[in-house]
Design a protein around this ligand. Structure first.
Ligand code: 13P
Ligand code: SF4
Length: 335
């Protein structure tokens, strides 16, 4: 079935999905040109997550997953970091760069995982077992990071868990699906916090079976924030950046992508000769994160022109949250 026919098999009235064609490299609309001018004037760097809208990805210096973004933030020499992602990502950049200005286009760009794990509740739970070693998925607040032993992302979670002390009881927060997947991969038992990504849990066994039946020859790659019922249908489970590697490597020409729809623009740019089929949910033919989509090109321009909204954190949180992030970066860099 040609990919354009995918639209026909999806529920009526859900036709808002469209993948914008990548702009030819180096060609920009007037607002993007203004942003690039401001970037030079401010000595700024624009970091964008793979789920950002296409026009933001196209002006960014770097587009990637949470791990790549934190590695970029750790090594930048820019004076201003324009973080096009969600709040916890910009906070991570600030923790790594306490003396730089970090701006986020929309300060309300949150995350359901971050919201599921308030720091006071985590602290109370940690008090129930002094032998807990807390591994926090990067999708959490700076206050939660400050309470954790080490941070991980979906790109390095398996490595981080393997490297965790053998004599400690592992507590994994806040994503129970990612945690369950890491337990399967490492064989290490962990106590899992009951949080989830509201976007990835919308993919269901039935919705994925449906798209698999339509494209029986297309490999399927899913994010580990998906439930086990979905992960078990995947050929590959990995972070968004590793999805790029998978799609480049596979000889297949059509690939089913089970994650947030912004990923399709990045993939199209990296593999222009391949067709990416967005996995549907039960209600929609693709899936968007409302928080990631709060950022617009206009807001990127405004946050650079005003240098607001800025990420500010108290010195104690900055100091304590930095340690587990640095531990993650150090373990990640090991061969
Ligand atoms: P990665 O891009 O690190 O795989 O994470 C996905 C995500 O949901 C970030 O919010
Ligand atoms: Fe959070 Fe999920 Fe949105 Fe990522 S996609 S920012 S995990 S709500």
């Amino acid at each position: 079935m040609p990919v354009s026919d995918v639209l026909e098999i999806l529920p009526p009235g859900v036709d808002r999905f469209e993948v914008r064609k990548p702009m030819p490299r180096g060609q920009f609309d007037p607002l993007s040109k203004e942003i690039l001018g401001l970037k030079k004037k401010l000595n700024a760097v624009i970091l964008a997550h793979n789920y950002q809208v296409a026009e933001i990805q196209d002006v960014a210096d770097y587009v990637g997953d949470s791990l790549g973004l934190s590695q970029q933030a750790a090594r930048t020499s820019a004076d201003v970091i324009v973080f096009c992602g969600v709040h916890f990502m910009a906070e991570t950049a600030k923790i790594l760069n306490p003396n730089k200005i970090v701006v986020l286009p929309d300060k309300d760009a949150g995350c359901s995982l971050e919201q599921s794990c308030p720091a006071d509740k985590l602290k109370a739970f940690q008090a129930t077992n002094p032998n807990f070693y807390t591994i926090a998925y990067i999708n959490c607040s700076a206050a939660v990071k400050a309470l954790s032993d080490v941070i991980c992302t979906s790109g390095n979670a398996v490595k981080i868990v393997h490297a965790s002390p053998k004599d400690r009881d592992l507590l994994f927060v806040p994503d129970e699906n990612l945690g369950a997947w890491v337990m399967e991969k490492t064989g290490r038992p962990m106590t899992l916090w009951r949080g989830d990504c509201y976007v990835h849990v919308e993919f269901t066994h039935a919705s994925i079976m449906r798209i698999r039946r339509e494209f029986p020859d297309a490999p399927l790659v899913a994010h580990p924030e998906c439930t086990k019922a979905v992960r078990m249908l995947a050929d590959e489970v990995c972070s968004t950046e590793k999805m790029v590697d998978f799609c480049k490597r596979t000889p297949a020409k059509q690939i089913i992508i089970v994650t947030e729809a912004g990923m399709l623009h990045r993939l199209k740019r990296e593999c222009p000769d391949k067709v990416f089929i967005p996995a549907p949910t039960d209600n929609c033919r693709c899936n968007e994160c409302r928080y990631m989509k709060m950022n617009t090109l206009e807001k990127v321009y405004n946050c650079m022109a005003d240098l607001q909204p800025r990420i500010e954190l108290d010195p104690e949180t900055l100091r304590r949250a930095r340690l587990p992030i640095e531990r993650m970066l150090e373990i990640s860099a090991r061969p």
